[in-house]
Design a protein around this ligand. Structure first.
Ligand code: 3UK
Length: 536
């Protein structure tokens, strides 16, 4: 396949063939042509098919863009990148903004120009940005003016990154001013289906960042597996949610999936539970993407939510506790669609629709993917036995020049690092991250199971459970608990919660130590950072 890349950095740094996963294209719709540009497929095709006047993106403050408007912006930005910033296909463009329409336009511009998008979490500091710039050999940056400071500092320390433009600002050197100079349509780079277009940095619950590499065909595959087979939204749906577009959960749920069906999306620059609620009401959102904790908090507003047209609610990023599923159903009448995805696989590969929810299970394998639970010997486990989850399908793990490729991919399978159990009906039940299993006096205890038990108690707002070193038992179960307002910490509460856990799960799993805290440590993607609890 002829690559469009003149700068061959990404192709030169793919993992060696022997360390790549096996890629499967079993669904007929996944037989991609040799040349494929995902911006042509997702954006230009909608306009060419006569849907240019349809609503595409809205945002707080009254901004409304049609598909034609987004195409116009993306074309102008692509011209600026190529004609004013010296971009050639294959260059890496760092993108930095809260979720907003210009960020989406910049993302499509990078696709159109045949470059590689390196989207970054808004909260990252200069030091972390510098590491990303180095790992991804970033050459260009497009940055929201509100997040300029930390990037500025990182750019000063990064000689390879010379071209930076800022947007959502009115200065003479702004991206918007440059866009005014380019009104003509942009001819998209004729990229190969296997030209890289995304470096997705892992959200990392543990530390050192690594970049996952995704091709144009991977972007299209993510739109063709889970969305039509499980989510089944329509062109009239209005998508909304909290995950940043730098997190592939957000990129898919809030940009790629709505656009792949001609629907519209609402991009919120701040998307905590209050802003989500406001957004759902104001824009009449029908499809919500957010994390389990956010559903837990929002459930308190069930009366208001029932008055909105919200109809599909997707949870991912962390295991969805059965208690949160029940709480949301009771509050809103809506059955949450759970799904496990990973940055390495771009999006969701095990999930279920509303009619097939099983409390405590993530779901069944998404069409297009294969998944197994295997023991340490690499052999599939019998139903009900906990082992390691491994997956393969049209997308898979390619770390950019990283030793850890051989840990994630073995024998063609992607090992996600999760301990799972598969039941006789093919439903996958989450246990823990393989490194979050607690071994106490010879018992294997999964942190999330104890957390889920605790959360069923009315006094518990949130909690995190870890193994704590213990001379006698090796480890003991220790819980960090955030109480709901109106409940007092203290010895009596410790005893109450311990007794409660013993009454809902096997008593040996109860937390022998409980510490009350105000807030749990979380990543910017909303994941609990259990490893940080021990230092509290
Ligand atoms: C955990 C889940 C249980 C699991 C992601 C949807 O989370 C995403 O990507 P990350 O790379 O993390 C991957 C890991 O997160 N996880 C995610 N979802 C679930 N565990 N139930 C779930 N529903 O440990 C997995 O290995 O940050 C999620 C779409 C795109 C994504 N990138």
């Amino acid at each position: 396949m002829p690559s469009a890349h003149i700068d061959t950095f990404s192709r030169d740094h793919l993992p060696p063939a022997a360390l790549q996963p096996e890629f499967l294209f079993e669904l007929p719709e996944l037989k991609f042509p040799a040349q494929l540009n995902c911006a042509t497929e997702l954006l230009d095709r909608q306009v060419a098919a006569g849907r240019g006047a349809r609503l595409c993106i809205r945002a707080p403050g009254g901004l409304v863009w049609t598909y034609r408007d987004l195409q116009d912006k993306a074309d102008r930005i692509a011209h600026v990148l190529v004609n004013e910033m010296g971009l050639v296909p294959g260059n890496r463009v760092l993108l930095r903004a809260p979720n907003n329409p210009m960020l989406a336009a910049c993302w499509f511009a990078v696709m159109k120009a045949g470059a590689v998008a390196v989207a970054t979490m808004p909260l990252l500091r200069a030091k972390e940005l510098k590491a990303i710039i180095e790992i991804g050999r970033v050459t260009h940056a497009l940055c929201d003016a509100s997040l300029a400071d930390e990037l500025q500092e990182a750019v000063l320390a990064s000689p390879g990154l010379r071209q930076v433009r800022h947007f959502n600002y009115a200065g003479p050197d702004s991206l918007e001013r440059a866009m005014q100079r380019h009104g003509e349509p942009f001819t998209n780079a004729d990229t190969a289906a296997d030209d890289c277009c995304i470096f997705g940095f892992t959200s990392g619950t543990t530390g050192v960042p690594k970049a996952t590499m995704h091709f144009h065909r991977d972007v299209m595959a993510s739109c063709l597996c889970w969305p039509p087979h499980v989510l089944r939204a329509t062109a009239d749906d209005v998508f909304i949610g909290s995950p940043p577009l730098a997190f592939t959960f957000g990129l898919g749920g809030l940009v790629l999936f709505p656009m792949s069906i001609g629907a519209s999306t609402v991009l919120l620059d701040k998307a905590g539970p209050p802003q989500l609620l406001e957004g759902i009401k104001e824009f009449g959102a029908t499809v919500l993407f957010t994390a389990p904790t956010s559903y837990r908090t929002l459930a308190a507003r069930g009366v208001e939510l029932r008055r909105t047209p919200l109809r599909k609610c997707v949870s991912a990023g962390e295991a969805l506790p059965a208690s949160t599923r029940a709480l949301w159903k009771e509050a809103t009448g809506i059955e949450i669609i759970d799904g496990i995805g990973a940055t390495e696989l771009l999006h969701i590969f095990i999930s279920h629709d509303e009619a097939h929810a099983r409390p405590g299970a993530t779901g069944t394998v998404v069409p297009g993917y294969h998944a197994e639970v295997v023991g340490d010997d690499g052999q599939p486990c019998a139903p009900g036995v906990v082992g390691r989850l491994r997956v393969k399908g049209p997308t898979g793990c390619r770390y950019l020049a990283d030793e850890r490729q051989k840990n994630y991919v073995k024998d063609g399978w992607n090992y996600t690092g999760d301990a799972y159990q598969r039941d006789a009906d093919g439903y996958f039940h989450y246990h823990a991250r393989t490194d979050d299993m607690i071994i106490s006096a010879g018992y294997n205890i999964a942190s999330p199971e104890v957390e889920e038990a605790l959360m069923q108690h009315a006094a518990v707002a949130e909690c995190g459970v870890i193994g704590w070193p213990d001379a006698e038992r090796g480890q003991i179960v220790k819980a960090y608990v955030v109480l709901r307002t109106g409940h007092a910490p203290g010895e009596a509460m410790v005893k109450t919660l311990q007794d409660f856990v013993k009454s809902v799960v096997a008593p040996y799993k109860y937390p022998r130590a409980i510490q009350f805290i105000d807030k749990l440590p979380r990543t910017q993607t909303g994941k609990l950072q259990r490893f940080k609890l021990k230092d509290i």
